[in-house]
Design a protein around this ligand. Structure first.
Ligand code: ADP
Ligand code: ADP
Ligand code: ZN
Length: 212
């Protein structure tokens, strides 16, 4: 049976970067609600009686997309995965409750990073729209400026990686997602890792937890 790994942490903590490495190292599926929602930004959800009519409107505002939409995405993705690394979900206690009904977890890893560092990371982030790889103009530049190392696609800046939207996402994280971290901490399953080391150092720490 493949491993079931949950990566938690604020926006910019390095969840996407580390998930990709873990997926490669352990042959796992990378299940990420952020990428899934970005691929479905224009989906019509007006029938759900929600504030906005599409996921994209929530994302551009830095708000959470309604639980009903994300729960369905995760349920579908996990049902077809053997081992996986889950990133970007759960983001509130209701989603955590939902997840506990869908699957068991082998490791819950929390990457901790200071707010100032998060803002620097997110405003300098560049992503590959094709394969999902993350880069940073200063901290993790690609070999050729603006081009994905892995697939040669032109990198883009996410629309929600502007300073004002980043601040709102951090606020939403504190309000909704920090209680999720506390929930796993109280259950005694959370392993906290210093997310401020180099990507290699952080990866080694996570592998130690996953292999333990
Ligand atoms: P998340 O998925 O948690 O939002 P990402 O993996 O996309 O985070 O990383 C956010 C930004 O920080 C990206 O620009 C990435 O290149 C950069 N980054 C990731 N890990 C590190 C690290 N250990 N040190 C410095 N920058 C990092
Ligand atoms: P980050 O790099 O900040 O970790 P993500 O790519 O995970 O960002 O998420 C981007 C946006 O997608 C969020 O700001 C939110 O609007 C939406 N989103 C992603 N995952 C969820 C989720 N589990 N619940 C609600 N909204 C989500
Ligand atoms: Zn790419």
């Amino acid at each position: 049976m493949g491993k079931h790994i949950l990566l938690l942490g604020p926006p910019g903590a390095g969840k996407g970067t580390q998930s990709k490495r873990l997926a490669d190292e352990f042959g796992l599926e990378h299940v990420t609600t952020g990428d899934a929602l970005r691929a479905n930004k224009g989906m019509d959800i007006s029938g759900m009686d929600t504030e906005y009519d599409t996921p994209g409107e929530y994302m551009d505002a830095g708000e959470l997309v309604p639980d009903e939409v994300v729960n369905a995405i995760v349920e579908e993705a996990l049902s077809s995965a053997d081992g996986y690394v889950l990133d970007g979900y759960p983001r509130n206690l209701e989603q955590a409750e939902e997840l506990s009904g869908m699957t068991d977890l082998d490791a819950v890893v929390y990457l901790s990073v200071d707010d100032d560092e998060l803002v620097d990371r997110l405003t300098g982030r560049r992503v590959c729209p094709e394969c999902g790889a993350s880069y940073h103009v200063e901290f993790e530049p690609p070999a050729e400026e603006g081009v994905c190392d892995e697939c040669g696609t032109e990198l883009v800046q996410r629309e929600d990686d502007t300073e004002s939207t980043v601040r709102e996402r951090l606020r939403v994280y504190q309000e909704n997602t920090e209680p999720v971290v506390e929930h796993y901490r109280e259950e005694g399953v959370l392993v906290e890792i210093d997310g401020e080391g180099t990507p290699d150092a952080v990866f080694e720490s996570i592998v130690d937890v996953v292999d333990a």
